[in-house]
Design a protein around this ligand. Structure first.
Ligand SMILES: Nc1ncnc2c1ncn2[C@@H]1O[C@H](COP(=O)(O)OP(=O)(O)OP(=O)(O)O)[C@@H](O)[C@H]1O
Ligand SMILES: [Mg+2]
Length: 463
């Protein structure tokens, strides 16, 4: 017989049923999931403990003179060195070898930037634009499609904004807690997540209602333990420091998912509760929006109550998606769901508002942009161009390239900004960094534009 020129048969032919059975193992049980979870947990802590500091904390890498003058403080290297020499009180950096490059912590970089900002040329942008007296801008990154790059985009934007000198708060609304892991957060239960802020907002609503009930001579609705406890929780007590000096975190873990069951129960018993205002109201009431410049909200791949809260709180909404048919299709349905969800909230509110002669509710965002992530120009140019043609301005013109740097960064280093460029081929590093810098630049354009609009209208109102 002649050997078959087509090579061996594909692997799905001739599977022997008895051999298949012998590989199958026992039927799975609920208990089995417990064992799987424990195995993952053990592997995870093994990974997470590698390369940690002795106290178990994460440490951010240092930044070299090259990187600082190239990416962070735009001055000539010679000038940078001269300024340091003339100002011995400024951080001088450390070198690993005699006469080698000087390295600085991010804290030191921030001090240097402040120095250049006050002493340096006024023609240069050392400190990023931030109108005084206006609240932080809240930015939600959302799409109900999973794995489109929400967390990676939000984390990289948070890090670039921090490197740029902004004070950043990251809020994890996803009970998967990926963002929390990236920033090394420790969250014991739902009481260290945004959950108590939502509960407090409802408790305050209920208290107001009870006052009205008492005034009408009716019996008040008692506040249960959860609600009474939540009344004592301030946002500041939920905020954790991270290994980034100017990034703080309100973390998440599995129990946060409980909010998806609890919120509809509260909505049923308190019909007038404005759940969509909960996050903004509580963050504003506790002064959080004055303590930070930018707040990033990472959301779960679902349009549940937590996502709705995040979306309603956001000033800027970014919707990441890959340039593939399935992601484009599903993102279209996501926008459709946003339309029906927010218009049904507006309609319900506005019936009540009209009856009471009050102003209606109309949600508004400074900007909504779809952002192409994991872009492969050699395969996806045509689809991306089509998406651009249909979405117009809604699609951010910058496409975030697929980069191996994200997958390559180790368990202690999350993404491009935490990685040491010496660990990579210089060209790979520069290209990977450029694509995320451009993602940030496109975002910063929206941020500054919306602050500017607010600043002008505040000014107009004052005149
Ligand atoms: N620009 C990129 N280049 C290469 N890989 C990327 C890029 N952006 C994201 N990824 C990878 O894609 C995967 C999904 O990303 P990510 O976790 O950010 O998505 P997500 O939308 O937050 O997912 P989920 O819906 O589960 O929350 C991750 O493995 C991430 O490392
Ligand atoms: Mg995610």
């Amino acid at each position: 017989m002649k050997p078959d020129a087509r090579g061996p048969l594909p692997p799905y032919f001739n599977i022997d049923p008895d051999a298949a059975l012998s590989h199958l193992g026992d039927p799975a049980t609920t208990k089995g999931f417990g064992a799987m979870a424990r195995a993952c947990e053990a592997g995870r802590s093994d990974l997470a403990s590698r390369g940690l500091e002795e106290n178990g904390g994460r440490r951010l890498r240092q930044f070299s003179t090259w990187e600082i003058t190239r990416y962070l403080i735009p001055v000539a290297t010679g000038h940078f060195r001269r300024v340091l020499k003339q100002n011995p009180d400024l951080p001088q950096g450390r070198s690993e070898t005699d006469g080698g490059a000087k390295w600085f912590t991010l804290d030191e970089v921030l001090r240097l930037r402040a120095h250049f900002g006050t002493e340096g040329s006024k023609a240069k942008e050392y400190l990023p634009y931030r109108p005084a007296g206006l609240p932080a801008k809240m930015v939600a990154v959302a799409n109900f499609k999973g794995g489109v790059g929400k967390t990676s985009t939000a984390a990289h934007l948070a890090m670039s904004a921090a490197l740029d000198g902004y004070r950043v708060l990251v809020i994890d609304l996803d009970s998967q807690g990926s963002m929390t892991s990236i920033f090394g957060g420790k969250v014991a239960d739902e009481w260290q997540t945004v959950f108590p802020l939502l509960a407090r907002h409802y408790a305050l609503h209920l208290r107001g209602e009870n006052q009205r009930r008492l005034d009408r001579g009716e019996a008040p609705q008692p506040l249960d333990d959860t609600l009474s406890d939540a009344l004592e929780v301030k946002a500041q007590s939920l905020v954790q420091k991270t290994h980034w000096p100017n990034i703080d975190l309100i973390g998440a873990q599995l129990n946060l998912y409980w909010a998806e069951f609890q919120i509809p129960v509260w909505r049923m018993s308190g019909r007038g509760w404005k759940l969509w205002d909960a996050l903004t109201d509580m963050l504003a009431a506790d002064g959080i929006l004055d303590q930070y410049d930018v707040v990033f909200l990472d959301t779960p791949p679902a349009l549940g109550y937590l996502t709705i809260n995040g979306l309603a709180a956001a000033d800027i909404l970014l919707v990441p998606l890959g340039a593939s048919f399935l992601e484009f299709d599903s993102t279209g349905r996501f926008f459709d769901m946003l339309h029906s969800t927010f218009s049904s909230i507006e309609e319900a509110e506005n019936i009540a508002a009209r009856a009471l002669g009050r102003d209606g509710l109309a949600f508004q965002w400074d900007a909504v942009r779809a952002v192409v992530t994991r872009y492969d120009g050699s395969q996806q140019a045509e689809l991306a161009a089509l998406m651009q043609a249909y979405l117009g301005q809604t699609l951010s013109p910058h496409r975030q390239d697929f980069t191996a740097l994200i997958g390559q960064a180790g368990e202690q280093v999350q993404g491009i900004y935490e990685a040491d460029y010496r660990d990579f081929n210089r060209e790979t590093y520069v290209r990977g960094r450029e694509t995320f810098d451009a993602t940030y630049a496109a975002f910063k354009q929206l941020l500054i534009g919306s602050w500017r609009r607010d600043a002008l209208s505040t000014q107009e109102a004052a005149e």
